[in-house]
Design a protein around this ligand. Sequence first.
Ligand code: SF4
Ligand code: SF4
Length: 446
Amino acid sequence: MKLEEHPTVKWFHTAGRSAKALQEPQKLDTEWLRELCLKAGADDVGFVEIDRPSLAMDKQELLEAMPGARTLVSLVFRLNREPIRTVAHSMANLEFGHANKHANDAARRIVTQLQGPGIRALNAPVGFPYEMDRWPGKLWWVCDKRVAEEAGLGRTGWNRLVLHPRFGPFMVLGTMLLNAEMTAYSKPLDYTPCIECKLCIAVCPVGAVKPDGYFDFVSCYTHNYRERLGGFIDWVENIAGSKGVVDYRKRVSERETVSMWQNLSIAPQTRCDRCMAVCPAGEEGIGEFLTDRAGYTQRLLKGPRDRNETVYVVPGSDAEEHVTSHFPHKTAKRVSNGLRPRSIQGFLGGIPIAFQRGRSEGLHASFHFTFTGEEPCEATVVIRDQTIKVHSDHVGTADLRLTADSRTWLGFLAKEKNLLWAIITGKIRVKGPLKLMAAFAKCFPS
Ligand code: SF4
Ligand code: SF4
């Protein structure tokens, strides 16, 4: 059959259809789309042009996900406060689960409605699923937090959550891509809803939230995401590495095994989120804090702080020291968080995130790395005054020089290759005091 005789093609060429289909999308009325999003179930919405300079780092990937995208629509879905505030994880996780489902359903409804008049729209998942074939790199296509801030829907607080002016941290975020422009775009908030009350610092069991604004991502991730992502890898490796049933039970308690079952069978669960629960930011929650600070603190801070619970930490990490010194009644369980770089770029990019600044106390040194083999490159890592900086070439004078075959180095980090063997065979060469090498390694416990 000739293409033009095909029934679908004939249908398309009937009066008006081809012209309509080929029409460039018009500018969409911002108020019209806002109303549509709110009616579909969002609690707030904002609009950002894809060309905004602050999103330059995301643009290429966004266009890869949806060629022709012109606008990002940031969607807010509020969480009920009390179910998140409770120390009962099952109730908090139920609320997260419902909110994520509601958000994904609403975003899908909006996309369906836009598709009718011929607007291409794409909703990114709220929460999971992620692009797991990118592990251990960046798993998501859209940085919801960055888009939400640009859309004027909140600012990042000390707890590293986006705080909405009304809902505070009690929300989940979604993002949609559109191939149309809007008649008006949103602007970032000109103030932060964070009132710097420091409750998130006081409640965090692993000390991830610091008073100077620093956030220890790895320590939070190791504990809060124990049953997701890298924590799951560690669980599987415990099964694989056990000599038998008794050995497995020594490594993983029965409580942890049934908890993992629940995580797999119901939905991904988190173990903490206390920094969200305790946060009074936002118009809806601040009244309780301002009218009775002592009562608020007693109700929301004391319970989680006093709780006997297991806190997951990497051996030798700042988090382990924090649990032991601040919460001696809690049990610090030493685990692997399953994070290990699989490329040199991943290693260098992950250094500032994995850095345990408490472990670096007293260390002031510059390290020159030279990688050979599959991923040749040079880099400098400077650790000084409990800060870290990574340069993508050799900068200044090195206190220690390390030259390594890239595959061997990654294998060593993953505990698959022996350092002594690598040094004897010349795959890894170190020039400088070995105690500096040990001090460097101490900053990155695994
Ligand atoms: S708990 Fe207090 S300091 Fe922490 S983010 Fe919320 S308002 Fe800011
Ligand atoms: S989720 Fe828990 S571990 Fe992570 S920063 Fe918040 S309070 Fe700390």
